[in-house]
Design a protein around this ligand. Structure first.
Ligand SMILES: [Zn+2]
Ligand SMILES: [Zn+2]
Length: 224
């Protein structure tokens, strides 16, 4: 479903985004295995002649990475993440424990709920621009979470460093239960919104917000 300029949303409980470029397309997060089939269908329907050149992974949690192997193998795409997230995506290291008692208990499952053992080809650093996307390194939800700002449209792909509500008019703080370090994640979300001037907010969960100025102002007033 085309939602904004050259951006396509593949929705469900986790959002993935396809960006159509000149002669290729790129993907931000793969979602679940079932979602990978929807992404393939989307590419075949909308731009079958454009290969999936690169897949950006905002962070290693399984709801964002489970389809990685299927898509990576099918298209031979370049897999891109932050250096700090790479070992968790590839499952060569265990994801650190989450915040608080519930988080620590829940984190028994955190390694199970992260990564796919699929190789990351390229690492990116804070401030780097790649495929027209500016990288923000925003630790807290996980160590190597990134957000990506499309310099052409100023659309901001946020992963799980913020959420949006179901109506698509309010930015919500990162979920405490799933954050490795909630305070750090909150700081990262503020940093991201202060450093960027997005024309649209595309979250990992919740409804995207176009014309987000009022929602950003409200969020910064409440949490910074
Ligand atoms: Zn997450
Ligand atoms: Zn998520």
């Amino acid at each position: 479903m085309r939602i904004y300029e050259n951006i396509y949303l593949i929705p469900s409980f986790v959002n993935c985004y396809l960006i159509e470029r000149g002669d290729y397309c790129i993907l931000i997060d793969t979602g679940t295995l079932k979602k990978a089939r929807k992404i393939i269908h989307n590419i075949q329907t909308n731009f079958p002649e454009k290969p999936l050149e690169a897949i950006f992974i905002t962070h290693a949690h399984l709801d964002h990475t489970a389809g990685l192997k299927t898509l990576g193998q099918l298209y031979g795409s370049k897999i891109i993440s932050h250096e700090k997230e790479k070992p968790y995506i590839m499952k060569s290291e265990k994801m650190p424990a989450r915040d608080g008692f519930i988080g620590k208990t829940f984190s028994i499952f955190s390694n199970l709920l992260s990564g796919t053992e699929y190789p990351v080809d390229q690492i990116v650093t804070d401030g780097e621009v790649i495929y027209g996307l500016k990288v923000y390194h925003l630790p807290g939800h996980t160590p190597g979470t990134i957000a990506l700002e499309d310099l052409e449209t100023r659309a901001l792909f946020c992963g799980d460093i913020i959420d949006c509500n179901k109506k698509g008019d309010t930015i919500l703080p990162p979920k405490k239960l799933f954050a490795m370090d909630y305070d750090q994640a909150l700081k990262s979300s503020i940093k991201m919104l202060q450093a960027s001037k997005p024309s649209a907010i595309f979250p990992g969960h919740g409804k995207p917000i176009t014309e987000p100025d009022a929602a950003i102002k409200l969020y910064l007033e409440e949490y910074s």
